[in-house]
Design a protein around this ligand. Structure first.
Ligand code: SAH
Ligand code: SF4
Length: 343
C-alpha cells in the first residue's frame, strides 16, 4: 500500500491521518512482520488492523553468498509457490539491491535464463517491495541503490513497478532517492515514451546489446516489433524531456556482438549524445555461447574513449553463485540446486 492507500484505510475506521504515516513507517522503515510490534498503537487498533489487513511477506527459499562475500543472491518463494530472484551487492560504499518485476519473462532474449522460463505472471508492487525488505532484514543492511534488473521486463508491468518505486523512494519510509533507483528495459518504445511523458524521475537503462537490427533481432526478438531506429528515437525523446543521462546496457557475447565493427556501429548510433554505456560480459547459461576475452573488451571500448560518453565494464559479480538474471532459478530447476546454502 502507498501512504495514500493507508490514509484511506485509516479514514475508513475513523482514525486520524497521522496514524497512516505511522503505519507506513512501521511497515517500510522498521519492516515489521506483525501489527503487534506497533507499540505506539492501542492494542484494540492493532487487533482491528490485523482483522482487516495482512502484512504479506515472501519467504527465503534459498540464500547464497559468493566466496568474496560481496554478493548475496536470494531465491524467494511467493504465496502461490512461484519463485523469484533478487541480489544484494556491495561495491565500495554502495549497497545495491537488484529486484525482479515478473515471474519469468515473455520476451525470450536468447542469452537470458529468465527468458528461457517464459512468462508466468506479474509481481504486485507489494511483492516487489517485499524482496527489498526481506533482504534488508536477512542481512541487517540498508540498501543505498536499487536496480530493477532482476527477472522480468519492468515495462510490461509498468503500474506495479512504478508503484513499488514510489513506495521505496517515499521519504517517510525506506527513502531511497529516485535518482538512486534504476529501471532497466529491453526497449518497449511506447512505455519509454510514457515514462518520459509521466515525468518519472527514476533512472532509465536500456538493454541495447547490439547496434544493428540484424544482430539485435537474433538476440532480442522484441527488436522485430521495436527496431533500433524507433528505440533510439524514443530514448532521445526521454533524454531530452528528463535531462537524465540514459544508460545503455550491452551484454557482450564472444563472437556475436564484440567485434570492432560492432563498436564502431555503436559509437555512430550514440554520436553527440551524453549517455552512459555499460558493457556486461555475458554470463554463460549454457555451452552454446561464451563471454568475450579481456582483450576483446578493451579493444571494443577504445573508440568510445574520445567520445562524450561514460563507458564502463560491469565486472561480473557473484559468478560463482550464478548471480546473473534468472540463473539461480534455472539451475534450481535443472539440478535441484547445485549450490550450497551459505547463511
Ligand atoms: N528485462 C529487462 C530487465 C531485466 S534483464 C531488460 O532486459 O533490460 C537485466 C539485464 O541483464 C539486461 O541488461 C540483460 O541484457 C542482462 N542479462 C540477461 N541475461 C544475461 C546473461 N546471461 N549475461 C549477462 N547479462 C544478462
Ligand atoms: Fe526478459 Fe530482460 Fe531476460 Fe530479455 S533480458 S528475456 S527482456 S528479462
Amino acid at each position: 500500500m502507498t501512504l495514500e492507500e493507508m490514509e484511506s484505510l485509516m479514514e475508513s475506521i475513523g482514525q486520524p491521518k497521522y496514524r497512516a504515516a505511522q503505519l507506513f513507517n512501521w511497515i517500510y522503515k522498521r519492516a515489521i512482520l506483525s501489527f503487534d510490534e506497533m507499540t505506539n498503537f492501542a492494542k484494540s487498533l492493532r487487533q482491528q488492523l490485523d482483522n482487516m489487513a495482512d502484512i504479506g511477506y515472501i519467504s527465503i527459499e534459498k540464500q547464497v553468498t559468493s566466496t568474496d562475500e560481496q554478493t548475496t543472491k536470494f531465491l524467494f518463494k511467493l504465496k502461490d509457490g512461484l519463485c523469484v530472484e533478487s541480489v544484494f551487492m556491495i561495491d565500495g560504499k554502495r549497497r545495491t539491491v537488484c529486484l525482479s518485476s515478473q515471474v519469468g519473462c515473455a520476451l525470450r532474449c536468447s542469452f537470458c535464463a529468465t527468458g528461457k522460463m517464459g512468462f508466468q505472471r506479474n509481481l504486485s508492487a507489494g511483492e516487489i517491495v517485499d524482496q527489498l525488505l526481506a533482504i534488508q532484514r536477512a542481512l541487517n543492511v540498508e540498501a543505498t541503490n536499487i536496480v530493477i534488473m532482476g527477472m522480468g521486463e519492468p515495462f510490461l508491468n509498468y503500474d506495479e513497478v512504478i508503484k513499488a518505486c514510489d513506495i521505496i523512494s517515499h521519504d517517510k519510509g525506506i527513502a531511497i532517492g529516485k535518482r538512486k533507483i534504476t529501471i532497466s528495459t529491453s526497449g518497449l518504445v511506447p512505455a519509454i515514451k510514457r515514462f518520459a511523458d509521466d515525468g518519472q524521475r527514476y533512472q532509465l537503462a536500456i538493454s541495447l546489446n547490439a547496434a544493428d537490427d540484424e544482430i539485435r533481432n537474433k538476440l532480442m526478438p522484441i527488436n522485430k516489433k521495436y527496431p533500433l531506429n524507433e528505440l533510439i528515437n524514443a530514448a532521445r525523446y526521454y533524454a531530452a524531456k528528463s535531462r537524465h543521462r540514459i544508460t545503455f546496457e550491452y551484454v557482450m557475447i564472444g563472437g556475436i556482438n564484440d567485434r570492432i565493427e560492432d563498436a564502431l556501429k555503436l559509437a555512430k548510433l550514440i554520436k553527440g549524445w551524453k549517455c552512459k554505456i555499460n558493457i556486461i560480459p555475458y554470463n554463460a547459461i549454457d555451452e552454446k555461447q561464451d563471454p568475450p576475452s579481456e582483450e576483446t573488451m578493451s579493444a571494443f571500448i577504445r573508440p568510445f574513449l574520445k567520445l562524450n560518453v561514460v563507458i564502463s565494464v560491469r565486472r561480473s559479480k557473484g559468478v560463482d553463485i550464478n548471480a546473473a538474471c534468472g540463473q539461480l532459478y534455472y539451475k534450481h530447476k535443472e539440478n535441484n540446486f547445485i549450490l550450497e546454502v551459505d547463511k
